[in-house]
Design a protein around this ligand. Structure first.
Ligand code: ASP
Ligand code: MG
Length: 439
């Protein structure tokens, strides 16, 4: 059995959904199809939630109506028979009735999660109506019946597998299952989600839970590229990479795959394929245990980074200093991405400024603190690059004019990270593309 996950743009137009229906019939293997919400929907739902949290019912109502129109307009392109159109309109009516009821009750976090869940619920149901119209045998598998997170908001593959296996077993004859990405139940049994972009995570968790043959992630680009195609002119798709390489790239800015979605596939040894809905014949990228080759695979960049430097002459020969620094970040649940130290100072980077003020205040007790915002982490990723001397030489040669703020090297064998001021990002990516890939 395999997993096929389609993102928001792959289901965002009626004709895209038709294409998805074709793609899931290309082979005979049984499959679980994971769908995102139609593109733009979750953003719209977030806005509606924010309106309600801010007591702006009028704005919420306006946004609900706008979204409803979008969905009703979607239907004529999706299905043709009167029966199918009626069924689809009923589904939309039902969900928007729910949103309109929410307008009348007082807002809460649980309600927020209910609102955010509407997108995936609607996309899967609409897709199911289309499949039915086409006479394609399938079953809707409600994610809320098997996808769950524990009290730490972490999904547990065993739990998911225990709930999913009996559901699949009752439909042994079915070859196509459709389910929602992103949504789940929390430890209190309420509707919750796997955070923004979480449909990839859903796909990978299901792949692990059923020991799938492959977890296919279908998007609108032909796999992971060696550099950011939005910034650098010439880029190429990477055919094969290891889970470790993919994890570094996904974490450090390659937008194509949600970073959390690597571990379940890696732990349960399910290969992940990144494929293009628009060009299904393209090879895309296969992520598996083995790297395929050594050397530089790709460059990724992550913006909006904050660098914090803590300098203390008392640190000289002192032990426990780093622990005290880390404890401040731990206290405010803010994770550190990069670290460099010297004998009298330490620099760290974070990407979450929610608690920056208090963190800086508390660090002030340990030394002089300096904060630089709008930095960019540029990560160079590849199997064993840390051991490959020529790479280091050409890397630094190519960016000799860039004011590099931090360098992280040796933390893993697959990664060298640089911190540069945000305004040098484009130039750095281009120079490295030339220097390391000759592109
Ligand atoms: N629809 C959700 C989002 O936009 C989940 C996803 O598409 O992966 O964040
Ligand atoms: Mg996504």
């Amino acid at each position: 059995m395999k997993i096929m996950k389609f993102g928001g743009t792959s289901v965002g137009k009626p004709e895209r959904m038709h294409q998805v229906a074709e793609l899931i019939q290309k082979d005979d293997e049984a499959k679980i199809v994971v769908l995102s919400a139609l593109s733009g929907t979750t953003n719209a739902l977030v806005e509606i939630s924010n309106n309600l949290a801010g007591f702006d019912k009028q704005a919420a109502k306006h946004n609900i109506d706008k979204l409803e129109t979008h969905y009703h307009d979607f239907i004529p392109g999706l299905v043709q028979t009167a029966d199918a159109r009626n069924a689809a309109n009923r589904i939309i009516d039902e969900h928007f009735e729910f949103l309109n009821i929410i307008l009348k009750i007082s807002f809460s976090e649980a309600l927020n999660k209910d609102i955010l869940a509407q997108g995936e619920l609607m996309s899967t149901k609409l897709f199911s109506v289309y499949l039915q119209e086409q006479g394609i045998n399938h079953r809707l598998l409600p994610a809320l019946d098997f996808m769950s997170i524990d009290t730490y908001e972490e999904p547990q593959v065993k739990e998911i597998s225990n709930k999913l296996a009996p559901l699949l077993a009752t439909h042994k004859d079915v070859k196509v299952f459709i389910t929602q990405g992103y949504i789940c139940r929390n430890a209190r049994g309420e509707v919750d989600n796997l955070k923004r972009g979480g449909s990839d995570y859903t796909a990978s968790l299901i792949a692990a839970a059923i020991n799938a043959s492959v977890c296919e992630i279908w998007t609108d680009i032909s796999g992971m590229h060696n550099n950011d195609p939005r910034i650098v002119e010439k880029t190429v798709a990477i055919e094969q990479m290891s889970f470790d390489e993919a994890a570094e790239l996904a974490y450090f800015g390659a937008k194509i795959l949600h970073p959390a979605s690597i571990w379940p596939a890696q732990m349960y040894k399910v290969p992940v394929k990144l494929l293009n809905t628009m060009q299904p014949e393209d090879k895309g990228t296969t992520i598996q245990e083995m790297a395929g080759s050594t050397g530089v695979k790709a460059i990724a960049a992550k913006d909006g980074i904050i660098a914090i430097n803590i300098r203390s002459s008392r640190m000289l020969l002192a032990y426990g200093f780093l622990r005290k620094v880390f404890e401040v970040f731990e206290k405010y649940r803010t994770s550190i991405d990069m670290i460099t130290t010297s004998e009298v100072a330490v620099s760290v980077t974070i990407d979450n400024d929610a608690h920056l003020d208090v963190i800086v205040k508390e660090l002030g007790a340990l030394g002089t603190v300096e904060v630089d915002r709008d930095e960019t982490i540029v990560s160079i990723v590849g199997n064993e690059i840390a051991e490959t001397k020529v790479i280091l030489a050409s890397l630094f040669e190519s960016i000799k004019d860039i004011p590099v703020r931090m360098v992280s090297y040796g933390g893993s064998r697959h990664n060298i990270s640089l911190l540069v001021p945000g305004k040098y990002k484009q130039q750095t990516l281009q120079l490295l593309n030339k220097g390391l890939f000759n592109l």
